[in-house]
Ligand binder design. Structure first.
Ligand SMILES: [Zn+2]
Ligand SMILES: [Zn+2]
Length: 169
């Protein structure tokens, strides 16, 4: 079965086991390609983040994992998150102080925009290189030395718009 290009915001009721399996396979390939060790803890932390398309805070990751294994120390989870971020498998959503699993193949240096749904909490990711370039250029004109690579945009996803905000959880 071939997978079509993934929607930025998967529809409610989509086959999320498939999202999870694809993301784990992607992580295994990245780690193998970079000769990085995808340890059980790193795998568990990524799995916890893959429980939905909402980013999770570090303590939410700990709570999620505590349902299936002995409670992890925060430092253990932060180290695993650092590893996953360094390898492009997890993004930090600054405005939410939370972490999002990523199964995209993208250049580590390429700018992205995160679309954060204020209704369902899901976060989608789109390429944002032209926007980041334009903003960086405008900043440079003022003499500022910018390093913008991430744009975070809040709003309402198409599914929540269709469902009507009052109906969404
Ligand atoms: Zn999914
Ligand atoms: Zn939504």
């Amino acid at each position: 079965m071939t997978t079509a290009a993934k929607p930025t915001f998967p529809a409610p009721g989509h086959d999320h086991d498939r999202c999870t399996a694809d993301a784990i396979t992607h992580a295994e390939q990245i780690c193998a390609g970079r000769a990085q060790n995808f340890t059980p803890i790193r795998r568990q932390v990524l799995r916890a983040l893959l429980s939905s398309h909402r980013p999770l805070g570090a303590y939410e990751v700990i709570d999620e994992l505590a349902r299936v294994m002995p409670r992890l120390a925060p430092i253990t989870v932060y180290r695993a998150l650092d590893f996953l971020m360094q390898n492009g498998l997890v993004h930090r959503i600054e405005s939410r102080n939370a972490f999002l699993a990523c199964a995209h193949d993208h250049d580590d240096a390429a700018a992205v925009a995160f679309l954060i749904c204020e209704s369902c909490g899901s976060v989608g990711e789109i390429p944002a290189a032209p926007v980041a370039q334009a903003l960086n250029e405008a900043a440079r004109l003022t003499g500022f030395a910018p390093k913008l690579s991430v744009v975070e945009i809040t709003g309402i996803c198409a599914h929540c718009q269709a469902a009507g905000q009052s109906l969404s959880a």
